[in-house]
Design a protein around this ligand. Structure first.
Ligand code: NAP
Length: 290
């Protein structure tokens, strides 16, 4: 265990678990907590880490707390539960995707408890989380970011300081407009290729090798054409992100057509019961069969 940093991870989902695993490999993981106990038990069996009985116990034992939960209210609720154990001088780094306003609210609450806050949403998917090659978009003051840098470096290939608290999340909103737009284009194109009866393997290989190549096509092209939509990145989570983008656009009095079209599509998929499928499940709508 690194003497300088004892990290506690809260939220061992599709992203949190592999991030915690990488922290363990770097000797930085002290404790973990997850709302659903079965998940945390499975995790500690693989990593030999310690389960906190409560978030407050984790906070009391750690200098850095890394959170990775679903949405805004989940983050605020977890912070409430951490607060009784928070030590002055600790730093909470949140890797969930939430709104910039929620990041600022979290920072205010923690500041009053003597704890620093960095919003550090990530991009790179579960594959990036497993490989420790995420791209981190960080918001917060430089001293806090420097303090947690070994933690961020253990989970990522790049860390970019975007500005004050909230600017990491604002950057992630921009990222998600691109993610949604690429998903729309790739799913529409692959559904089109199926109608044209083109051989899927050769199609993916040839278009992926040229200007149409993308992370999404490379990592999800094959699986979506085989009708496999296991997670991945849940449709319900991208819908949550796009609603954040819409809110930010409304504050600026601008309209984001890609965001609006995507919200409509993902709402339909959630209504169809597909909210837990990977976002590549969008191809089902583009095929026009549903
Ligand atoms: P996930 O697999 O659904 O995991 C969500 C985690 O949050 C679980 O550990 C869950 O605990 C916990 N959680 C949710 N609500 C909670 C609450 N109220 N109190 C305590 N714990 C709570 O989601 P994920 O894919 O890891 O995504 C996590 C975050 O990262 C999201 O904000 C997402 O937008 C973002 N993100 C995801 C990806 C991706 O590719 N998946 C990429 C970048 C960013 P339980 O086990 O008890 O349900």
């Amino acid at each position: 265990m690194d003497n300088k940093i004892r990290t506690g991870v809260v939220g061992l989902g599709a992203m949190g678990a592999p991030m915690a695993r990488n922290l363990a490999e770097h000797g930085l993981l002290a404790m973990v907590w997850n709302r659903t106990a079965t998940r945390v038990e499975a995790f500690v069996q693989q990593t030999d880490s310690t389960i906190a009985e409560t978030p407050a116990q984790l906070a009391a034992a750690c200098d850095v707390i890394l959170t990775c939960v679903s949405a805004d209210q989940d983050l605020l609720s977890v912070i409430d539960q951490l607060l009784p154990g928070i030590e002055t001088g600790s730093v909470l780094v949140d890797t969930s995707t939430v709104s910039p306003a929620t990041a600022r609210e979290a920072a205010d609450v923690l500041f009053r408890a003597g704890c620093g806050f960095v919003d550090a949403p990530v991009s790179g998917g579960v594959e990036g989380a497993r490989k420790g090659s995420l791209s981190v978009m960080a918001g917060g003051d430089s001293a806090n970011i420097s303090r947690i840098m070994p933690v961020l470096e253990a989970i990522s290939a790049t860390v970019t300081h975007m500005g004050p608290v909230g600017s990491g999340q604002a950057t992630k909103a921009v990222n998600q407009v691109i993610v949604a737009g690429v998903a729309e284009a790739v799913c529409e194109a692959l559904a089109f290729s199926e109608k044209l009866n083109l051989p899927s393997e050769r199609l993916l290989s040839v278009v992926g090798a040229g200007a149409a190549g993308s992370w999404f096509l490379e990592h999800r092209g094959q699986s979506m054409m085989e009708n496999r939509f296991d997670v991945g990145f849940k449709i319900s989570l991208l819908l949550k992100d796009l609603l954040i983008c819409r809110e930010l656009a409304q504050e600026l009095d601008i309209f984001l057509p890609t965001v609006e079209a995507s919200i409509e599509d993902y709402r339909r998929l959630v209504d169809m019961g597909d909210g837990d499928h990977d976002i590549s499940g969008l191809i089902r709508l583009k095929r026009g069969a549903e």
